[in-house]
Design a protein around this ligand. Structure first.
Ligand code: OOG
Ligand code: MG
Length: 263
């Protein structure tokens, strides 16, 4: 994958995304102005943004997979998975309150998260992912597309770090061998009402396959997944719109629950 955008075009696109995020004002998807932008360009913008954040003192803690379930692909109209990066300052404690005034148009989704204990690189199997995993835990992801109305295509959403804003991990972390990780039921609740239902197999038949996918994409980008990475495997159900005052809780069979509040 080699990008077609030059360094100054990439910098322009990062500036647009960052100012949308800073001002809470959405922008049109990037391909409206750069129609020839490719998936490789999307990842080049994402990588440059990651480097900018690290240069500014940020610390990367992991990686996310997105658009790994049919529910999510259908909802977003994008029919291929993608990956993004997770920084330490995107983490929020379980039970905490998230300030919506800093966000453009937040949505919430429930995912299985992995903590890896060994490095993974190249083309890896589900079994290799499971062997490299220390434990899994339930997580919520707060999405906040910088594109108006969450309207985007694959190159644009990849450039926008796959809409990532915050993540919340918690519940009951479990060892892989104690679970059938593909057979766990999940209920997503908003203000005490069930708004999403699913099972972990909705994610590529098995959430560990989403981790394998992350490692494969990293490999194509000349990168790998270091030991000690936190990996989100992708939304199981559709993402749900949230606003100030909402309480959200995801209950996972065998993994406990994880909740947050929006203020
Ligand atoms: C893109 C991000 C997708 C997931 O888990 O599917 C994602 C979006 O839906 O805005 O994080
Ligand atoms: Mg997600």
């Amino acid at each position: 994958m080699s990008p077609t955008l030059d360094v100054s075009e990439i910098a322009t696109l990062i500036d647009r995304l960052e100012s949308a995020e800073r001002n809470g004002k959405p922008i049109p998807k990037l391909t409206d102005d750069f129609p020839h932008m490719t998936l490789a360009d999307g990842y080049a913008v994402q990588l440059a943004q990651r480097h900018r954040r690290i240069a500014a003192g940020g610390r990367q803690v992991g990686v996310k997979a997105g658009l790994t379930s049919k529910a999510k692909m259908q909802q977003m109209g994008v029919h291929a998975p993608a990956i993004g990066f997770l920084m330490a300052d995107m983490s929020r404690p379980e039970g905490s309150s998230i300030d919506t005034s800093l966000l453009v148009q937040p949505r919430i989704e429930c995912e299985v998260a992995f903590m890896t204990g060994k490095p993974l690189s190249g083309l890896v199997s589900r079994e290799e992912v499971l062997a490299a995993t220390d434990f899994v835990m339930p997580a919520l992801e707060v999405l906040d597309s910088r594109f108006a109305g969450f309207k985007f295509d694959l190159p644009s959403v990849v450039a926008d770090n796959t809409s990532a804003a915050y993540f919340v991990a918690g519940g009951r972390p479990r060892l892989i061998e104690e679970l059938n990780l593909d057979l766990l039921g999940v209920v997503l609740e908003k203000n005490g009402h069930a708004v999403g239902f699913g099972a972990t197999a909705a994610v590529l038949d098995h959430p560990a396959d989403a981790v394998a996918l992350v490692v494969g994409v990293l490999h194509e980008l000349g990168d790998w997944l270091p030991a000690g990475s936190f990996v989100m495997s992708g939304g199981i159900t559709e993402a749900i719109t949230v606003r100030a005052g909402d309480h959200v809780c995801a209950r996972f069979q065998g993994l406990g629950s994880v909740a947050i509040h929006f203020a």
